[in-house]
Design a protein around this ligand. Sequence first.
Ligand SMILES: O=C(O)CCC(=O)C(=O)O
Ligand SMILES: [Fe+2]
Length: 215
Amino acid sequence: MSDALFGAPPVEVAPGAVHVPGWLAPDAQADLVRRCRDWSRGPAGMRRHTMPRGGVMSVAMTSLGWHWAPYSYSRTLPDGTPVRPFPDLLGDLAVRAVTAAYGTPPAADADPYDVALVNFYDADARMGMHQDRDERSPAPVVSLSLGDTCVFRFGNTETRTRPYTDVELRSGDLFVFGGPSRMAYHGVPRTRPGTAPPKLDLRGRLNITIRARGG
Ligand SMILES: O=C(O)CCC(=O)C(=O)O
Ligand SMILES: [Fe+2]
């Protein structure tokens, strides 16, 4: 991570899709990594979901607020374990993130942020091109990156394929996609193992994706 990136201006990758490099200062990153470790403990913690066709995701995830598994949200885990509550801290962070990306806060009547997915990528993990389409709310998706750098592929709303833009997301980066890009396909074709800031004491990559489920 380069400290020179802190305070870098937002970059619009596609209409409504904004990358803010170095948005989280090192202390805030370390704090979030600690919290992710807490949120990942116990029966409501990290799991690798099985996809409808039987494949197992290489990314391990845990849900806050609502449990997500392909492809729906539920109030509890399949075995009845309660989902961890959605932390107010992430709701506040999401509002600040939208404001940083777009220059204006969410509208007063916008759906509140109420669900977060914490994704963990080891050196081999990837996420295929997909849309985030299990929410009823049009609120922008807020994505925070911690640890190893990754290649984030941000595409179009029509197909899983080109045109797309590959963006390097580093520890502390923010990516927000809403408006005309809310339904764009996106994925993580690779991470760059060993690139996490040493002070984070994190081997791999964590991504926190904050969403409004809506209705
Ligand atoms: O890890 C990322 O940056 C993307 C995660 C993602 O697209 C998702 O959780 O739906
Ligand atoms: Fe996604």
